[in-house]
Design a binder for this molecule. Sequence first.
Ligand code: NAD
Length: 424
Amino acid sequence: MSQATLSDIRHPNPYEVAQRQFDIAADRLGLKESLRRTLRSTKRELTVNFPVGMDNGDVEIFTGYRVQHNVARGPAKGGIRYHPDVTLDEVRALAMWMTWKCAVVKLPYGGAKGGVICEPKRMSLREQEGLTRRFTTELSIIIGPDSDIPAPDVNTNPQTMAWIMDTYSQHHGYSIPSVVTGKPVIVGGSEGRADATGRGVVFTVEEAAREIGLDLAGATVAVQGYGNAGSVAAKLLHYDYGAKVIAISDSQGGVYCEAGIDPDSAVHYKGQNGSLSGLPGTEPISNDDLLTLPCDVLIPAALENQISAYNADSIQAKIIAEAANGPTTPEADEILYGNGRMVIPDIIANAGGVTVSYFEWVQDKQAFFWTEKEINQKLRQIMTSSFADVLTMAKREQVNMRTAAYLLAVDRVATASAVRGLYP
Ligand code: NAD
């Protein structure tokens, strides 16, 4: 295999992947050509180049994007990512996935995403704040509580969302909490939002385990990407279900322990040391090897394109729950389906994040807040009923879970577009 071919297999363009996933559903649905062309591409794309004053006195120019894929079912919704590898095509793919995700769990939103090419780990808090405030200002021509509502993603967090909310509010002269979700509770955030993505993942794992007859008590779990989504999923599976987390990783590599890792100690250790490497009682494992470990549940919770035709055949997990967006390529999907693996696709598995973001937005708009118990009950209801819809569709159409989720989502968005009609 030539290097170029291997690289194409392992790192396909995420936007092309998203379009191929869409094509599979559009073909099966027999989507009208004009609708297919509309839904296959993004609606609106903003690229901004903007200066930020750095601590050493220099001014650096950063590039950022905000892409709205589709707004047929409501305002655009989607996170903002800070990462050195952000590209416009990655943001386009993530925006398209948000459209389908909101549709599959029936939230009244369209899809969007944003990203800035930067390395936040090498920036001070003050530099990150400056970058966020200026990026928000650049985006202020398209974001808003009724038009496009950002949220956290890789390397952004509640503090980042508080800066976005404050900057947008300063421009308007009064507080507008509903412009962004994932904020700290003290400024209009929702109870349960911090854990929502991981909790939603676990609700879908519970349903999948029931479907395949797997007892989660004592089940082995490997998690790639021990950040917000991955660490919460690991904690809940360990503490609430009695599962055994045998491997976890971050961008610098992973750690393995056959007897099981204590998820809270790992979070604490990573907080103190900046990485998981050297976690007491564990041995090192590479991110590649973690994916192919013998285990019951594999949770990719890092970035795109982790499971490709290169390694799909070696995956041993019975359930693959996609906490990350786009971790599996279409070729890998076919291999995993052929091998009888149950893939819970990203647009349903990690929809808990945007679902509680929706609850946050509703609470901000009505200025009346729910308890964490109420939030988690409503989240469970949406996740389990959406999972059941997808599973029923997969069985009825004899397709994998991703295609089933797309059939539901694409049909809903296409129907909304058709009923709204063509303007002018
Ligand atoms: P995060 O920044 O909190 O954590 C990301 C983690 O992945 C970090 O521990 C990082 O070290 C690790 N990582 C980065 N590159 C890696 C690599 N190549 N191999 C292994 N680990 C790597 O981000 P997050 O919010 O948890 O997002 C993780 C994934 O979940 C992303 O795909 C994101 O789009 C998706 N997601 C997040 C949310 C949310 O609410 N935060 C919602 C839905 C989906």
